[in-house]
Write a protein that binds this ligand. Structure first.
Ligand SMILES: Cc1cc2nc3c(=O)[nH]c(=O)nc-3n(C[C@H](O)[C@H](O)[C@H](O)COP(=O)(O)OP(=O)(O)OC[C@H]3O[C@@H](n4cnc5c(N)ncnc54)[C@H](O)[C@@H]3O)c2cc1C
Length: 651
């Protein structure tokens, strides 16, 4: 693991900048202790963040923040691979078509085509950064050949929903191999500062001049969670690459840092959010010793792609043929619901995924990580089936952005899982997300290179660069997506309920405990199957909790950590409420959103939109007021004894 540069050579400290026009977040964030400057601030050090950072010209000063350590990101844990049209028999149009089918009517066709067209370029870029993809010829060293030859020699797997083999991978630990290489290179780059344990709390915006949007993003308020220093980062552009929100659910594959911070910061800064109800549940999370539902190791889709079969753990019969003609290779939502059904009927809490009929050497060669992990738990997958159950896995919706990563706020870009570019629609096609991280990240870098330096981005200087020559410059910043929209009502955030029992108290407010209850409620009420009653029940509880939080007396000796934890929890409650309201408003079943009370597609395809907080200030006065209440909590970082409780699962 490379040692990140902890100093910030690419940032210069400065006195506090007085041009901050718009305050978002609590008042204590105004108590900035230091101000730093960089050209591009990237919030998130996963694949989207590092692909952007490494593609920017070297003369730009780039700061990349990570909320915890550098490996605490979904990218590091990606197993299966990255989808791209590489095989000579495969076609971009086929990959687009498979993506649109999985997306169930909600993909933006233009954005989808633009991103998928760049698939093989994305893999070439990763190869040029020495990512050791698995090849057809075991003994072959990729480094010794040209990129085109390397591309042609890659071993491709097939995953659910893909019509052919098109997933490039590095063993069964693709994300780890990619991230190790990119982290090494980012930590060695003179223009890039990697800052782990730096949590962005809110974005800084000012009124935009001469642009189509009303606001411009000029930086972010950040806390160094090791020193507890508050830092203002001023920058020419900000890239949100902060990942998804899987950790709003009890069973999730994403690390603990993935609680939707970026989505909320963007919303507060003036961005629309889209399709928040579409949470993809991966069908096959490992179930092991799972009394508290905390198991989060994933059994990759590729296991089914290579012939793994799903069986009832009692009768040992296959069940997928009863659900879909594509059987084990049906799209994720179908497989996940089928497994949930079987689990509801079998009372065992899991089903079996069995690949033991394949030769042991084949299994060990293709799935070395999964084999080793399961073996360490006493499950020999060459001999035994694997107990699996669905787990929250991917946030299909997010911050409204186009395929170039542009958002509603000038100077603010979004790439990777935080963004809703229209690629995933109602359900993400397996292995398309790593692809999106690289393609959109590099596209953002390419635009910033032009805007900030008049130069070509670092890796796209050659004239035959396909990124610029084949990608139509039709990506304009448009507010009118091709799909129709419906607005998700948010008045509930302003509704008041009579609180008779104030169960929250400042003394025993514990973020970790509160988070556990929030996750359980989300899992029970907004899981694979939803209905109006359960969604409303959870929403009602969150509204009550928000009100209770706002009524908590200000503790005069509260330290910075407890102020922050209340701020974090309030934001999580708001985000959970937005998800629930989005799910309530979509009275149909589509893609990853399944309503028991509306089991079929009933509308013509429409994107659900949550309008920006800034455009709802009147309506959401209580939401804003609550933030102010928290702001009144006293900032006293000297007395902060506890570390932030959101500790990444990875270490
Ligand atoms: C177990 C697993 C397996 C997967 N397998 C595949 C696969 O095979 N193929 C595929 O295409 N996709 C896969 N996915 C999905 C894919 O890995 C993710 O969608 C993708 O990696 C997201 O990348 P990202 O850069 O957007 O976010 P992440 O990689 O999650 O990175 C988020 C970054 O943001 C930082 N951050 C968050 N909040 C803040 C904050 N407030 N301040 C500062 N920093 C912050 C985090 O610290 C982290 O550095 C998998 C996901 C998981 C969890």
């Amino acid at each position: 693991m490379p040692t990140p540069k902890t100093s910030a050579p690419s940032c210069s400290s400065a006195v506090t900048d007085s041009r901050l026009a718009h305050k978002t977040g609590p008042d204590f964030l105004q108590e900035t202790t230091t101000t730093q400057y960089c050209d591009v601030l990237i919030i998130g050090a996963g694949l989207a963040g590092l692909a952007t950072a490494l593609s920017l010209p070297k003369q730009l000063k780039v700061t990349v923040l990570a909320k915890e350590g550098l490996i605490a990101c979904s990218s590091y844990y990606a197993q299966g691979g990255i989808a791209a049209v590489i095989d000579s028999q495969d076609k971009v149009s086929d990959h687009v078509s498979d993506t649109l089918i999985a997306g169930d009517g909600l993909c933006n066709v233009e954005a989808t085509s633009q991103i998928i067209t760049q698939g093989s370029n994305a893999i070439s870029w990763l190869l040029s950064h020495n990512v050791p993809f698995t090849t057809n010829d075991e003994g072959q060293s990729l480094n010794e050949t040209k990129i085109d030859t390397q591309l042609a020699s890659l071993h491709l797997t097939q995953e659910g929903g893909h019509g052919c083999r098109r997933v490039a991978h590095a063993d069964d630990a693709t994300g780890r191999h990619i991230m190790i290489r990119l982290q090494q290179q980012a930590s060695q780059a003179d223009n890039i500062s990697l800052l782990p344990f730096h949590e962005a709390l809110s974005l800084i915006t000012e009124d935009a001049k001469q642009t189509t949007t009303t606001r411009r993003c000029i930086g972010a308020k950040v806390i160094d969670t090791q020193t507890h220093n508050l830092i203002t980062f001023n920058s020419k552009a900000v890239v949100l690459a902060s990942g998804g929100l899987g950790q709003l659910f009890s069973r999730a594959t994403a690390p603990n840092v993935c609680v939707g911070d970026g989505i909320m910061m963007a919303w507060e800064a003036g961005c629309r959010l889209a399709n928040l109800e579409f949470i993809q549940f991966h069908p096959t999370g490992l179930v092991y010793n799972d009394e508290n539902g905390s198991s989060n190791f994933l059994i990759s889709e590729a296991v089914r792609g290579e012939g793994g079969l799903l069986r009832c753990p009692i009768s040992h019969e296959r069940f997928m043929p009863n659900y879909d003609t594509r059987e084990e290779l049906a799209p994720r939502d179908i497989v996940a619901r089928a497994i949930a059904n079987e689990i509801a009927n079998n009372d065992v809490g899991y089903v079996h995924l069995d690949i033991s009929h394949k030769p042991a050497d084949f299994i060990k060669q293709h799935f070395p990580d999964i084999y080793a992990h399961c073996l360490s738990l006493g499950i020999d997958i060459t001999q035994q089936p694997i107990p699996v159950a669905p787990t929250a896995h991917y946030t299909c919706g997010g911050v409204v952005a186009n395929a170039s990563g542009q958002t509603d706020v000038t100077g603010l870009y979004a790439a990777g899982e935080v963004a809703n570019t229209g690629l995933h629609g109602a359900n993400r096609l397996a292995s398309n997300s790593l692809l999106e991280c690289v393609v959109v990240g590099r596209k953002i870098a390419s635009q910033l290179a032009r805007q900030l330096t008049n130069a070509s981005p670092l890796d796209t200087e050659s004239s035959d660069n396909p990124d610029e020559s084949t990608l139509a410059e039709s990506v304009t910043h448009t507010k009118s997506p091709s799909l129709t929209q419906f607005i998700v009502p948010t008045e509930h955030l302003n509704s008041s309920v009579e609180i008779t029992d104030l169960s929250l108290s400042p003394d025993d407010f514990n973020l970790e405990q509160q988070l556990t209850s929030l996750k359980q409620l989300m899992t029970d009420n907004m899981g694979i199957k939803r209905n109006e009653a359960s969604l409303k029940q959870a929403l009602d509880q969150f509204i009550r909790l928000k009100q209770q939080l706002s009524l908590l007396p200000t503790d005069p000796v509260a330290d910075q950590n407890s102020s922050l934890n209340r701020f974090r929890f309030d934001r999580l409650l708001t985000l959970a409420s937005l998800l629930l309201q989005s799910a309530l408003t979509r009275t149909e079943s589509r893609g990853g959103h399944y309503r028991e009370d509306y089991p079929s597609v009933t509308h013509s395809p429409a994107t659900s939109i949550v309008t920006p907080l800034s455009s709802q200030v009147g309506e959401l006065s209580s939401n804003v007021k609550q933030t102010d209440n928290i702001a009144e909590l006293k900032l006293n970082k000297q007395s902060s004894s506890k570390r932030a409780v959101l500790v990444a699962k990875a270490s």
